[in-house]
Design a protein around this ligand. Structure first.
Ligand code: SF4
Ligand code: SF4
Length: 339
């Protein structure tokens, strides 16, 4: 259903929701935008045409969290997984799409992460479509778009003085029961804005046949070439909304078993107890990063494992641009098959 939300009514609505939910929305902190809980007197940071620096996956998979508490005498207790009702407001479609991909990792039939599941079930997700797509984003290249609905309970389109609200699930409808229905003209205007936004995004690289090129060139000198300037800092993966690697360590002094974000871009990530490392240099680690996103995810769930959010392009300290890397990969030769 299409509804109209006047912008000057937004703060009132957010405050009303705070009675029922813990509400997270993009706010400025130290020169970046972050999803933070709304406090009295909050100020939204909606004017920036790009994503928060840290993706909202951190609200479901925190950078560091205790999984259980133990004593030196062998006793332990699990950390409760219950989560109070939450609302994330203003999430961009690429990040909501990424959550649906992470669901396939954390909510499998045989293995379900209770913390992830509880947080997902307790959270309503309201998206803000990108009427002015960001410079580094390329969602349309990877089969999505600036108004993609995946993972959202409702999505907003900015029409100047008003937002057009499309409710997509019952949870979304429950939020906006007080709003008036949009007119046909307003719905048509929103549709034009959405189409214009998608049309304004150039195709960043060719995805057709890209997986095959990556698979066939596993041993190519290309990997050495594209990884040469990489610092191995891990920013591209820590800030990626679809990356989910973690490490679990026992913090003996705290008596806690803790899960911390980890990344395949670190040397120690794949270091085995024997001392052998199957990915000993940045060459192999860069190959893993790109191949996971553009080949292995396709094997696993038949989707590219990148939503085109553009963070790795924006924040890589040496300007390594995944779009350029993949354009080059697409030009690699196909494997020569011998009879
Ligand atoms: S952000 Fe750039 S320099 Fe850092 S690990 Fe990723 S590609 Fe390498
Ligand atoms: S690979 Fe880069 S552009 Fe793609 S989802 Fe991850 S951070 Fe965003």
């Amino acid at each position: 259903m299409n509804l109209i939300l006047k912008k000057d009514h937004l703060n009132h609505l957010l405050n009303a929701w705070r009675q029922e939910y813990e509400v997270y929305a993009p706010q400025s902190l130290q020169n970046f935008t972050h999803f933070l809980p709304l406090q009295d007197g909050f100020e939204l940071a909606f004017d920036k045409a790009h994503n928060t620096r840290i993706p909202p996956k951190a609200l479901f998979l925190p950078t560091s969290e205790a999984l259980l508490k133990f004593t030196r005498f062998g006793g332990y207790e699990e950390v409760p997984s219950e989560t109070a009702p939450r609302l994330i407001f203003g999430i961009r479609p690429c990040d909501a799409h990424a959550m649906t991909m992470l669901d396939t990792v954390f909510e499998q039939e045989r293995y379900t992460d209770p913390l992830w599941k509880a947080r997902r079930e307790a959270t309503v997700v309201v998206g803000l479509g990108c009427h002015e797509p960001c410079q580094t984003g390329f969602c349309t290249t990877v089969g999505s778009g600036p108004f993609n609905h995946a993972g959202l309970d409702a999505i907003l389109t900015d029409l100047g003085e008003i937002f057009l609200v499309e409710t997509l699930t019952e949870k979304g409808e429950h939020l906006f029961t007080q709003l008036e229905t949009a007119s046909e003209d307003q719905s048509m205007h929103a549709s034009e804005v959405q189409q214009a936004a998608a049309a304004s995004m150039p195709i960043a690289f060719e995805t057709e046949g890209l997986k095959q090129k990556l698979d066939q060139n596993f041993a190519s000198p290309y990997w050495e070439e594209v990884s040469r300037s990489c610092l191995g800092c891990g920013v591209c993966t820590f800030l990626c909304p679809t990356c989910f690697c973690f490490d679990i360590v026992d913090e003996a002094q705290r008596g806690e078993r803790v899960r911390n974000w980890d990344t395949c871009m670190f040397r120690t990530y794949s270091l085995e107890a024997s001392g052998h490392n199957p990915r000993p240099s940045r060459v192999e680690r860069t190959r893993q990063r790109l191949s996971h996103k553009y080949s292995y995810w396709l094997d696993q769930i038949n989707q590219i494992g990148c939503t085109g959010c553009g963070r790795c392009v924006r924040y890589c300290p040496v300007g390594l641009d995944i779009r350029a890397m993949l354009r080059k990969a697409h030009q690699l030769p196909s494997e020569v098959l011998h009879a």
